[in-house]
Design a protein around this ligand. Sequence first.
Ligand code: PMP
Length: 400
Amino acid sequence: LRANGVMDYRADFPGIADWHYLDTAATAQKPQAVIDAIARAYGADYATVHRGVYSRSANMTLAYEAARRKVARFIGAKSDAEIVFVRGATEGINLVAQSWGGANLKAGDRILLSVLEHHSNIVPWQLIAEKTGAQIDVVPLTEDGKIDLDAMSAMITPAHKLVALAHVSNVLGSPLDVRRAAEIAHGVGAKILIDGCQAVPRLAVDVTALGCDFYVFSAHKLYGPTGIGVLWARQEILDAMPPYQGGGSMIDKVTFEKTTYAPAPTRFEAGTPHIVGVVGLAAAIDYVEAIGLDVIHAHECALVGQARDALHKLNSVRVFGPEDSCGILSFEIEGVHPHDAGTILDEEGVAIRAGHHCAQPLMRHLGVEATARASFGIYSDESDVAALVRGIERVRKIFG
Ligand code: PMP
């Protein structure tokens, strides 16, 4: 038990011994339970899915489809048929842009993004805009770094067919009122995609209650393996979407004259899937559900609050983002390049991220080249905040 009454989960994570890992927004460390599930899936349980007539393969298929049901329940989907396994959020967004966008966007249509989007929620839309002749508009931010929904409401028109926004910013931690954003989008008949990469590990998500149309996230930020992620889409939208990639598994019948496709979600899972990744994702969901996202959220909010207060007390440190940021804090030490700060902090055993965080338009908006970013997870604690503050003091000493 920690001083704040939250259980201490550090011992569950072999990857965080002996250092201060503050780069969880890039990728989360893995609990032993997930590592063990992956080892079992590659070991005694290993076989392919969906094709085998032997029992090991049948069992793996049961595990694979049970994981789909687990994901569906975890994010409040109405049915497991709404869950598509993809490589990660990046592939999920590209899938929607190419498949849904390719079928539904045309010249004169508009796509609405925001200033704080990750490149993976910008570039796929640029690619499909180029192909279809659609154009992109950008919602500005409020003073404290949130997507400005009043501005969005004022600028959206019936020409906007698709809105794509981050649920939580990977740079500022800014949470989005998804329900309101969805109402605004639907008010003009647009669909709305939510990039849930940073939200799913930090907030309880119920896609049905949020009222969005598409939701994507990556397992590796949710304490699960890399190379696996989820695209959720409302059933009737998914059913109407053409295939994204062709290959094995996604078909109904193949002849050289004409091929017909399997129903969703199978239609979107061409080739042998990342079987072990899916099993690992299921183990990660079990892990976070046993703790509870409300507990994780409260814990990370408390740590961000502590870090924010401590950095405010240091002269010449500028902190970005809103008061209610979720688990993520960007900052700048006056006169010190974030890369230099990151290198000195590394010498102190503190791992932060320094750079543009795949959000160059946001950097331009903040008027900086890069920021330093500390991000927290369930295993983070006060000792990490203290080490960060000590490290920054050392940086300032070195740079005079
Ligand atoms: N969106 C956000 C907000 C992210 O933080 C990230 C990962 N940094 C992505 C999208 C892309 O995720 P992935 O690289 O796992 O596909």
